[in-house]
Write a protein that binds this ligand. Structure first.
Ligand SMILES: NC(=O)c1ccc[n+]([C@@H]2O[C@H](COP(=O)([O-])OP(=O)(O)OC[C@H]3O[C@@H](n4cnc5c(N)ncnc54)[C@H](OP(=O)(O)O)[C@@H]3O)[C@@H](O)[C@H]2O)c1
Length: 267
């Protein structure tokens, strides 16, 4: 693991973050969150729409809040000016904290009143409820518009899908964000395990993994982490998977293995 600067804020975050979507076992998730913070993965990603997740995160970080960097998200259906302020208050209550470190608009819908959302973000920063703000699932065009509306404040993050079958952001969004000083976070690095297990591509990943004595998950994470300034947000509720995912960045893939992945999962 290494650190990535959040936008141009000076805040350094680990390049791995722990997600909390689709929690199956709250007790296991709480244990994994605390283990993650202990192991240096202190950036926890959640959202108001992840069922039960903010409460579970709040319980897990009780007593260690100051060691944690918390990201949560407002859903577009709440993203009017008043709706955003109210959604933030609810998130603060569920998370059991006085402030959110990074607050994102979860995605853009046709009728999302972006000007209002951003006005509310400004108020939340001014009132100390939120330290930094950003967006999620925005392409370059939407991001440019949001940045222009948010002047002179800065959007510091765009959180988008990033995995072997969704690498498009490497071509357009990532170069743009590097120029603009916006950190890109990539979610669902394992694509929720949806690469079919019997497919030649998965078998190929297994073959590569066997050579390093690792799992295909480690190969995937290692490959994606080659974009060294992207924060990879994976979810696990098992401490052994957490440990494995951190260790997945401790080795370098051979050029022929990188070439095989590039050929089979092109950007
Ligand atoms: N902004 C957005 O719109 C958006 C959308 C989707 C996700 N996200 C965020 O990104 C996070 C991650 O994405 P995700 O939850 O969709 O999927 P993911 O991290 O790609 O995959 C999670 C799955 O992989 C398994 N897993 C993790 N490490 C493993 C390992 N080493 N070996 C075997 N299995 C492993 C987990 O099972 P175990 O629990 O059993 O380990 C879980 O089933 C979310 O939780 C959420 O915080 C954001």
């Amino acid at each position: 693991m290494w650190t990535v600067e959040l936008g141009r804020t000076g805040v350094q975050l680990p390049n791995l973050a722990l997600g909390t979507w689709n929690i199956r076992d709250p007790a296991a998730m709480r244990e994994t969150i605390r283990a993650a913070v202990d192991m240096g993965v202190f950036h926890i990603d959640t959202a108001e729409i992840y069922p039960g997740a903010e409460e579970i995160v709040g319980e897990a970080i009780r007593g260690i809040r100051e060691q944690v960097f918390l990201t949560t998200k407002v859903a577009p259906q709440h993203a009017t000016y008043a709706g955003t302020l109210a959604a933030c208050e609810r998130s603060l209550r569920r998370l059991g904290t006085s402030h959110i470190d990074l607050y994102l608009l979860h995605w853009l819908e046709r009728d999302t009143p972006l000007e209002e959302t951003l006005r509310a973000f400004r108020a939340l920063i001014e009132h100390g409820k939120v330290r930094f703000v950003g967006v999620s699932n925005f392409g370059v065009r939407e991001l440019r518009r949001a940045q222009a509306l948010f002047q002179p404040y800065a959007l510091v993050n765009d959180q988008v899908e990033y995995n072997l079958t969704h690498r498009r952001m490497e071509r357009d969004l990532l170069p743009y964000c590097r120029e603009a000083g916006i950190t890109v976070s990539g979610y669902s690095p394992f694509w929720e395990g949806r690469i079919p297990r019997r497919s030649p591509r998965w078998r190929g990943l297994e073959r590569i993994a066997a050579r390093y004595g690792r799992s295909p998950y480690s190969i995937i994470l290692n490959f994606l982490a080659r974009q060294r300034d992207v924060i990879l947000i994976f979810k696990t509720e098992r401490v052994e998977h957490l440990r494995e995912n951190i260790a997945a960045l401790d080795f370098a893939l051979d050029p022929e293995d990188v070439a095989w992945i590039e050929a089979n999962f092109p950007a």
